[in-house]
Structure formats: structure tokens, C-alpha cells
Design a protein around this ligand. Structure first.
Ligand SMILES: C[S@@+](CC[C@H](N)C(=O)[O-])C[C@H]1O[C@@H](n2cnc3c(N)ncnc32)[C@H](O)[C@@H]1O
Ligand SMILES: [Zn+2]
Ligand SMILES: [Zn+2]
Ligand SMILES: [Zn+2]
Ligand SMILES: [Zn+2]
Ligand SMILES: [Zn+2]
Length: 484
């Protein structure tokens, strides 16, 4: 049983951390929504909850169920495909296939007509990608990357693909399976996006939350997943996941471990996994999965302005494949410049040079990195060794160890609140001219306050227009820590 449940399943326990130390009260919040506007569930761990509040929450959860069940959606689909083309409509506002009896209700909504079988087979094209940055950044694979993944899966001999948050890969497999008789690969999609239940049966799609390992369809849905993983003795099964990048690696890892244990044959063996995630999460992923290694392949997306193949040629994508398969088995396309490093026994980017000192191909971002003898490791090409910080960093970084100084006068040794150029000091001799000083002091304070406001406004304008954080892509610097 769970402590607290919101419409997206069991809430997670969080605590704020600062410099690795826990700070403040622990609290429960929605597992999947980082933005209170999307799910406002909040509960202090040590807070007593009244019966009335619990009842209200249950009521709220009930009211926030989708309007149709998965079963109902499957039946609707069966009726939909019987309709002649001219009667097949899709409401773009409600993101829903419409049966003729429902047209009336959606008459002032935008809709698409003549929905073809091909369109029904590629729902990821029909549905608009959810782009709520904090909750569900639905970045869809560019066809180049999706095809690469599928070819790789086939070449490695896998037959069952558990697609966790990879609707486009699932869709590719499903449509091939329905078109080509000798295509033997099967797939099951696990995703939080319930819109997909309109296009897939209960054996093809499970409504699932990967932050808390929650099957919305209950035991039956969980059983579908277990069966899928265990058919043919669990041979030739692989899980491919591409979670939203907003962090919570620990929560994801814990769910993936649970999925992997549903497959588990022996203690030694691990279910093969492709976890697609940005390279800067490497150490976090390895913390949870020491058997994983990061591949150099750069995963491209269709609808991500930063990470897609631009018109001007190749843009760098920071998204990689993490896997527990032997790296040498992951053959990367030579046409795209990847080459095999015989010493590292893996394929690497063309720019990734083997460093003699580190004895490894050290680049993480595809550019050629340089070795720093003082740091005893390879670093980004744009970094320089800073003697102040005693490590490599960007040339224009602010050194960590030096005192940033006073906000007002810039001098070191004191903070804004005790700045001598501002405050009316309390020593007796100075009190005499205090009134005059007070006035100018107040004037100065107001001035600085407004200046501060202005700068803040300017900054927030700049922030809102600048591309998302390069480190975490959509969600900046989560300082929460999930307790086990
Ligand atoms: C970054 S997109 C990956 C899509 C993938 N590149 C593709 O083209 O198939 C993340 C996917 O995970 C799903 N997702 C987001 N949050 C989720 C959650 N809490 N549990 C399960 N799936 C989730 C989204 O609906 C989306 O399909
Ligand atoms: Zn509608
Ligand atoms: Zn190498
Ligand atoms: Zn090196
Ligand atoms: Zn250095
Ligand atoms: Zn420095």
C-alpha cells in the first residue's frame, strides 16, 4: 500500500538538499509533475491529514480519470476502422478519434478528416507532441535515429522490445509487424500518455508511470507486461527507454530495476537495456547501474530545436544510448563518421580521439577533448586549467574559492547588509550626522532596490527567451533527493 496517491499514482517522498546535505522538512509530491500547476498534490511527511482531506483527494483522483477506459477506447477503435474514409474524423482539440454520433459535440473544434489506415498506424504523427517542458517533454525520434535503433535491435537478434516511453519505436515495430509477414519482432509500449490507448490494444500498450513504476490498469496491466517479458523464456528481450530528461534519475532507475526484475531469470543475468539519456547524466546512471556504459551514438529528434539534424548539417545532440550490452556489439554507422577503436573495443565519434595518457577515447560530446596533465584527465576543448580553482573550467568562469564580495561596493570581507558605504553605523560619534546620512542612505537603498528590480526583470526576460538549460535540457537543477 502507498502513503499518498495523486492522479498519477503513488506520490514520491522528497527532501531538499544543498551540497549533498538534506535540508528541511520532507514532503510528498507528484512523481511525474515537477510543476505545481500540472499536479498540485503536496503533503508534508510529518503533517496529520484529516479524514475529510483524504476523502476529498480520493474524489479528486476519481474525477481526474480519463473519460474513456482503455477497453472502451479499443472498442471505439474497432468501430472507427469500420467507417468509410469520409466518416473518419480526429478532433485535434480533444486529441480523440470521433465516431459520427460525437461530431455534434465537437462541432466547434478543429478536426482532421479522412483519417487513413496509414495515419492510424502512426499515432505519433497524428497526436501533437506534448511539449510541457516540465512534465512531459515528448521529443520524438527523427526517423534516422529510430531506424538505426530498430536495425540495431534486429541485428543483435532481439525479438521482444519493451518500449518504455518510446512510442515512435513501438509504432515502427507495430506497423512493420502488420505489413511484413516474416518480421518477427514484437513490442509493448509503456507510456504515461493515455492518448495512445486509442490506437493500441491492452496487449500492445500499458498506461504506465515510469517515475513510480505504476500501472494505471492495475494488476492485469502489470501481468501483461510480465507475460511479455517472460515469453519464450525471456530470451531475446530488450527494454528501450527514452525518459523525459528532467532528472529524477534515481526514481527512473528504481522503476527500471523493478521492470528488470519482472524478467529476471537468474541473479547474474540482467535484462538487456537501452536507456536513452543525455551524456551529462552518465555518472548518475552509472551510480545506479554500474554495468552500463555510454555509447557515442548521438540520438536525433524531430521536434527538438536544439537536437535535430538542422538544414545547415549536423548539429550535435547530447543524447546517448546507455546499455548493459557489451559495447563492442553496438555497431555505429560508419557513414555517419563513427569508427571502431580497437583499444577501447567500442565504436566512437569521429572527433573522439584515443588519449594515450587516459588510455581511452575520452570525449563525451563528440568534439576532440584535450588532456590536462594537472587534472590528470581529458577535458572539453573550450576549458583551461585555472590555478585558482585547481581544475579546468571555462576561461570566463567565476572562481569558486575567491570571495564574491559585497553586492553593493564589490569589496571583499563583508556582505551587502553590513556594507560600510550604505549603513548608518551605530557608533556614537557617527550618530551626530545620522539623520542626513539616514536620508541619503534611504535614497540609496531605494535606488539600489529599483536597480535590482530592473536587473531582475531584464534577467527574467533573457531567461525566458534563452534556450533551455544545456545541462538538463528542460528543467533546471533539481535540488531534490528521493529517499529510497
Ligand atoms: C523524450 S520522449 C521520448 C519519445 C521517443 N523519443 C520516441 O520518439 O518514441 C518521452 C516519452 O516518455 C513518456 N513519458 C513522460 N513521462 C512519463 C512517465 N512519467 N511515465 C511514463 N512515460 C512517460 C512521454 O509520453 C514520451 O512518450
Ligand atoms: Zn473535440
Ligand atoms: Zn579508444
Ligand atoms: Zn586524457
Ligand atoms: Zn586542468
Ligand atoms: Zn577559477
Amino acid at each position: 500500500s502507498y502513503n499518498y496517491v495523486c492522479p498519477l499514482g503513488p506520490a514520491l517522498l522528497f527532501v531538499k538538499t544543498s551540497q549533498g546535505k538534506e535540508e528541511g522538512r520532507r514532503f510528498y509530491a507528484c512523481s511525474a509533475c515537477r510543476d505545481r500547476r500540472d499536479c498540485n498534490f503536496f503533503q508534508w511527511e510529518d503533517e496529520k491529514v484529516s479524514e475529510a482531506r483524504l476523502a476529498a483527494r480520493e474524489e479528486y483522483n476519481r474525477n481526474h480519470q480519463p473519460s474513456f477506459t482503455h477497453r472502451q477506447n479499443v472498442e471505439r477503435y474497432e468501430n472507427f476502422v469500420l467507417l468509410p474514409l469520409s466518416k473518419r474524423r480526429f478532433c485535434q482539440e480533444c486529441q480523440q478519434l470521433l465516431l459520427p454520433a460525437e461530431w455534434e459535440k465537437h462541432s466547434d473544434h478543429q478536426f482532421l478528416c479522412d483519417i487513413s489506415t496509414a495515419q492510424l498506424k502512426s499515432p505519433s504523427q497524428l497526436l501533437y507532441p506534448l511539449e510541457n517542458k516540465k512534465t512531459n517533454a515528448q521529443y520524438l525520434f527523427a526517423d534516422r535515429s529510430c531506424q538505426f535503433l530498430l536495425d540495431l535491435i534486429i541485428d543483435l537478434g532481439f525479438r521482444q522490445v519493451l518500449c518504455v516511453g518510446t512510442p515512435r519505436l513501438h509504432e515502427k515495430i507495430q506497423s512493420k509487424a502488420s505489413q511484413e509477414e516474416d518480421f518477427r519482432v514484437r513490442s509493448l509500449l509503456l507510456d504515461i500518455d493515455f492518448r495512445y490507448s486509442q490506437f493500441y490494444t491492452e496487449d500492445e500498450f500499458c498506461h504506465y508511470n515510469m517515475f513510480n513504476h505504476y500501472f494505471f490498469g492495475g494488476e492485469a496491466s502489470c501481468e501483461t507486461c510480465r507475460k511479455f517479458l517472460c515469453q519464450d523464456n525471456g530470451e531475446r528481450v530488450i527494454m528501450v527507454t527514452d525518459p523525459p530528461f528532467g532528472g529524477l534519475v534515481g526514481a527512473l532507475a528504481s522503476s527500471f530495476k523493478k521492470l528488470m526484475s519482472m524478467w529476471k531469470k537468474t541473479d547474474k543475468e540482467e535484462m538487456p537495456v537501452f536507456w536513452i539519456f543525455p551524456y551529462f547524466f552518465e555518472s548518475r546512471i552509472l551510480d545506479y547501474f554500474p554495468s552500463f556504459s555510454m555509447m557515442d551514438y548521438q540520438v536525433d529528434y524531430d521536434n527538438h530545436a536544439l537536437y535535430k539534424y538542422g538544414k545547415t548539417g549536423r548539429r550535435q545532440s547530447p543524447v546517448r544510448i546507455f546499455t548493459n550490452l557489451t559495447p563492442s556489439m553496438i555497431v555505429l554507422p560508419v557513414e555517419e563518421g563513427y569508427r571502431f577503436c580497437a583499444i577501447c573495443q567500442r565504436y566512437v565519434s569521429s572527433g573522439n580521439q584515443h588519449c594515450e595518457i587516459c588510455n581511452s577515447c575520452t570525449s563525451k560530446d563528440g568534439r576532440r577533448w584535450k588532456h590536462c596533465v594537472l587534472c590528470k584527465k581529458c577535458v572539453k576543448p573550450s576549458w583551461f586549467h585555472c590555478n585558482n580553482c585547481n581544475c579546468c573550467a571555462l576561461q570566463n568562469h567565476t572562481c569558486e574559492k575567491t570571495d564574491a564580495g559585497c553586492f553593493v561596493c564589490g569589496k571583499a570581507g563583508h556582505k551587502r547588509s553590513t556594507c560600510p558605504s550604505l549603513s548608518c553605523t551605530r557608533t556614537g560619534r557617527e550618530k551626530s550626522h545620522c539623520t542626513v546620512f539616514m536620508a541619503s542612505c534611504l535614497f540609496l537603498r531605494c535606488g539600489i532596490f529599483f536597480l535590482f528590480l530592473l536587473v531582475f526583470q531584464a534577467l527574467s526576460v533573457i531567461w525566458s527567451k534563452s534556450p533551455p538549460c544545456k545541462i538538463c535540457i528542460n528543467e533546471c537543477h533539481i535540488n531534490y533527493f528521493i529517499l529510497p
